[in-house]
Design a protein. Structure first.
Length: 581
């Protein structure tokens, strides 16, 4: 890979991990240098990677309900290809990663929601699933997510530098710098990759089964403790630090060691929707899936509102600054590394997309739905962009945000008399939730990529253009991918692709429209988040994520945070960390 002329240092500086004002951080590529960045080869390679990662994650998500962030794999592949070709700059590699990682996020938003159409189609032959409809919703939702995140970049990425570590974004920057400078930095990176690969080969997850990487222990009253001790989850905990990792684990422990046993003990023979068996007969996994996820969704929604209220003054200030620069009141003095797409263009495109969702033939979004999409998308884009700064994109509770959006949309449908009991009414609610879900998912990815660019010294507006291209190209094939997977395996079938997230979304819509949703659990989650934030002054989003996600994910993240604390104390003599709030 071609090197940037005369970098002042080899590798990211310590300030990349320290809590300092963003305008004091000196990126790897200085603002006064302009190496090749947004090139045809970088964009083309990113498009190919985006389509591949998108299709692979669509299958994975439909199979097990989880997707894996593509940012780090895209960064590694970009570095490897450019080094093999002995061409390309570090900023070109960053564009490859930016464009390539968009496919995974589009896939996540799509497969968490739109497969509900295939599920309804199995019981109602009148339901028509359109390939074009899926791709249009994916494209417009993805574009909206990128556009709504752009005004937040200055605040979340620059001003909150050090407070929000953005684990994958930081890791991608390290990968690209290691590929650029070689030497010790590259050796350490590939040693880390080698250790992670060896661990996977030796463990039971993907190799020789020398030990169990996912131990689980059943406790009385259906309580459970365990962990998926994979290198990636331990690494997330190491990056975010012990404080946030502990709060997230605390939320998960509250769910799995307190709430689940209480539900088992007090539920008795009652059958509460969406379960079809008495509470006392449900296993811990069933209780989590049927009830705790509603608690988590309520917590995520309330925590998101509190976070937005706290962030509102700075967000308004960022909007004012953006409009001033758009009007020519200072744009000429903005350094290359702080140049966003013009705010007027961003807001104009967002408005056009909202209108397009309302008027596009075949997309079941009415005027009310279009307004709700604009409001909910901006809200959850803000929440998602901040959450991934704490815990990374792979653990982003997008489905929890979507549940909250679906509940609110369904309630509005009922209040306005738009619910006539038909599949068309359910499809219109689902369309709103799908756009919001895709927007939140791509916003998380965009945030990580912009953090990588911030650390490297990339041009934000070029990265934002890359994200938009990645969204469009990945969305163009997503409808075909779902149709092929449905014809090959069967979406929503137990022996095919069960689509657990989309199944849950369909149950949420049915539950609200049919007045059978377990509201007590949703309100309990909201109360827990409010008490954590307002009484104990804890970061409620971190706690809410812990409640919503399985304890098997939170335990290794907590262990990773403890590892960082131990190493920090050993090698630096102080227990400092850089977690966010």
């Amino acid at each position: 890979m071609a090197h940037v002329d005369a970098p002042a240092r080899r590798g990211l500086p310590p300030e990349a991990y320290e809590e300092i004002p963003g305008d004091r951080y000196r990126p790897y590529v200085p603002a006064d240098q302009s190496p090749a960045e947004f090139t045809l080869r970088a964009v083309a390679l990113g498009i190919v990677l985006g389509v591949v990662f998108g299709a692979a994650n669509a299958y994975l998500g439909l199979r097990v309900g989880l997707t894996v962030s593509a940012s780090i794999p895209a960064a590694v592949m970009a570095v490897a290809l450019f080094r093999a070709l002995k061409r390309g700059t570090i900023l070109e590699a960053n564009i490859v990663q930016t464009v390539g990682s968009a496919g995974e996020s589009v896939a996540a938003g799509v497969i968490f929601t739109l497969p509900a159409l295939f599920i309804w189609q199995r019981t109602d032959p009148d339901v028509v699933v359109s390939l074009m409809e899926i791709s249009v919703i994916a494209a417009l939702g993805g574009l909206l997510g990128v556009l709504f995140m752009i005004p937040l970049r200055s605040y979340l990425i620059s001003r909150e530098h050090g407070k929000l570590p953005y684990p994958e974004g930081t890791a991608c920057a390290e990968v690209q710098v290691a590929g650029e400078v070689g030497g010790t930095k590259a050796r350490l990176l590939f040693e880390g990759l080698g250790v992670g690969a060896l661990y996977q080969v030796l463990s039971n997850g993907r190799g020789l089964s020398l030990w169990n990487e996912s131990p689980s222990f059943a406790l009385p009253r259906k309580a459970q403790i365990g962990g998926d001790f994979t290198p990636e989850l331990l690494g997330v905990g190491f990056i975010i630090g012990p404080r946030i990792a502990a709060i997230m684990f605390g939320g998960s422990a509250l769910a799995w060691l307190v709430l689940i046993p209480l539900i088992n003990a007090w539920g008795g023979t009652d059958v509460v929707y969406p379960a079809t068996a008495p509470m006392a007969d449900l296993g811990s996994g069933d209780i989590w899936n049927h009830y705790i996820r509603y608690v988590g969704a309520g917590a995520v929604g309330c925590a998101g509102i509190l976070t937005l209220i706290k962030s509102l003054p700075t967000i308004v200030e960022s909007f004012k600054l953006g409009m001033k620069e758009t009007g020519g009141g200072g744009g000429a003095h903005v350094p290359r590394t702080q140049q966003d797409l013009p705010l007027g263009l961003v807001l104009g495109l967002a408005g056009l997309i909202t209108v397009a969702l309302w008027l596009w033939p075949g997309v079941p979004v009415n005027l009310v739905g279009a307004v709700l999409i604009a409001v909910f998308s901006f809200f959850f884009v803000t929440v998602s962009s901040r959450i991934v700064g704490l815990i990374g994109s792979s653990s982003n509770p997008v489905s929890g945000m979507t549940i909250a959006a679906l509940i609110l949309t369904s309630l509005i449908w009922v209040a306005l008399g738009l619910n006539d009991g038909s599949v068309a009414a359910k499809a219109s609610v689902l369309a709103v939730g799908a756009v919001v879900c895709i927007s939140a998912a791509i916003a998380g990815d965009t945030s990580q990529d912009l953090k990588t660019g911030f650390l490297l010294g990339a041009t934000p507006r070029l990265q934002q253009m890359g994200e938009l291209i990645g969204v469009l190209t990945s969305a163009a094939v997503m409808g075909a991918v779902l149709v092929v997977l449905n014809e090959s395996y069967g979406i929503g079938t137990a022996d095919g692709l069960p689509a657990p997230q989309a199944t849950l979304m369909s149950l949420v819509i049915d539950g609200v429209l049919n007045a059978s949703l377990p509201w007590g659990f949703v309100l309990l989650g909201a109360a827990l988040a409010a008490v954590a934030e307002l009484v104990f002054k804890l970061p409620s989003l971190a706690l809410a994520v812990g409640i919503y996600l399985p304890i098997s994910l939170m335990t290794p993240i907590f262990v990773g945070g403890l590892m960082r604390q131990a190493l920090t104390r050993r090698y630096e003599g102080a227990g400092t960390d850089a977690d966010g709030v």
